[in-house]
Design a protein around this ligand. Structure first.
Ligand code: PLP
Length: 374
């Protein structure tokens, strides 16, 4: 008898699904983005546990592929990452310092993004406490109205040079709201706005682009690009074919097979009612595993080249597939089917569920057996 503690440690033979993360594909995607970004530094965004794929496994692979700059959202993500990457790697915290975490930023060598005059002030207090200059990124709001200094804020800073005394501004950044729509004029407006606002701040390299922005052309590369999603295989936009390698495969276990016929119903609400004889497989992935209920009656799985429609509603721990097209001899309980795989990308699953690949990845559940290939 094997007794392992914690859901991540379920043996493959007992987990409802195996999630395979292709680390070589992540490294290859990183290199492709570096090439694309040309002379700009290519950072790697590993917030939210590397978009749900496991920062502990993913970040060292990115570092080996050449990444020296890492971005996380929270200070505590930065503290955790500091133990994973080498001391030479620079870690930037997007949400910036908090009054209760400024000292930790210094102790763990985390560079904060300063998003408001309050955060500038807070970091200046830390400069005084540490009796030495400290690095920081200044973020300006170029139009998304999410994070960053306003035009009035940067003018305030420009009017009083003392405000930034002791703060080494080594990057000025902003974030695009519509980068996945290459023709959207908001992109160029935000770019112009960043240039205008940066003129009020100490001279430093600029950064505007995350994954999608890298594909808007060289004017958007500036000093540093900050891809996350593209590293993990998500398409930068829907206009072009996805140049990135798929990273994730999700193989779900079939728990039970049954025959249904006209007059039967499948799943909660009996929303699927076959017109004639069908073969149904119940598989061990449900919405508690982060596989959205919106996939019910919309999405599909694949068994080799055979498409298996998801029928009826997705339950908490299972969903139903129509496997009528699979030859009987190949069907058996314990067989696996691909919910994400060569024939079905993360973006496909997202489209069926009315969401984006980012949400599909960051929702991937804790009950999967996780396998990393290099
Ligand atoms: C999440 C995030 C990124 C990475 O975005 P992707 O679209 O995943 O490449 C870059 N910059 C900021 C400010 C972010 O919040």
């Amino acid at each position: 008898m094997t007794i392992l503690s914690g859901p991540h440690l379920w043996p493959a033979s007992r987990a409802g699904a195996t999630l395979t993360v292709d680390l070589a594909a992540i490294a290859s995607n990183y290199r492709l983005l570096c090439d694309k970004a040309n002379t700009a530094v290519c950072a790697a965004v590993v917030k939210a546990d590397a978009y749900g794929l496991g920062a502990e496994q993913v970040a060292p692979v990115l570092e080996k592929a050449g990444a020296r700059e890492f971005f996380v959202a929270h200070v505590d993500e930065g503290i955790a990452l500091r133990k994973i990457v080498s001391a030479e790697a620079r870690i930037t915290v997007l949400h910036g310092p908090r009054p209760d975490a400024a000292a930790e930023c210094v102790y763990f060598d985390l560079r904060p993004v300063l998003n408001s005059l309050e955060q500038v002030d807070l970091w200046k207090k830390e400069v005084i406490r540490q009796q030495g200059a400290l690095d920081a990124v200044l973020q300006v709001d170029s139009g998304m109205s999410r994070f960053g200094l306003s035009l009035k804020d940067v003018q305030t800073l420009a009017a009083d040079p003392d405000c930034l005394k002791g703060i080494r501004t080594n990057l000025v950044m902003s974030h695009l709201a519509c980068a996945d729509e290459p023709k959207n004029p908001a992109n160029e407006m935000q770019r112009q706005r960043l240039l205008e606002m940066a003129a009020y701040l100490p001279s430093a390299p600029l950064s505007l682009s995350a994954s999608s922005g890298i594909f808007l052309g060289s004017a958007y590369h500036m000093g540093l690009v900050r891809p996350g999603a593209a590293l993990y295989g998500i398409a930068p936009n829907s206009d072009e074919t996805n140049p990135l390698k798929q990273v994730v495969r999700l193989q779900a276990r079939v728990l039970q097979l049954r025959n249904v016929d006209a007059g039967d119903g499948v799943g909660y609400g009996l929303t699927y009612q076959p017109q004639g004889p069908r073969r149904i497989a119940t598989v061990a992935v449900g919405y508690a595993d982060g596989f959205s209920r919106q996939n019910g009656g919309m999405g599909c799985a694949w068994f080799g080249d055979i498409r298996l429609p998801i029928v009826g509603r997705v339950s908490m721990d299972s969903l139903a597939l129509d496997v009528s097209d699979v030859p009987e001899a190949l069907l058996h309980a314990d067989m696996h089917v691909d919910l994400i795989g060569a024939r079905r990308s993360v973006d496909d699953v997202a489209a069926a569920a009315g969401t984006i690949g980012y949400e599909v990845l960051t929702s991937l559940g804790g009950r999967y057996y996780r396998e990393y290939t290099e």
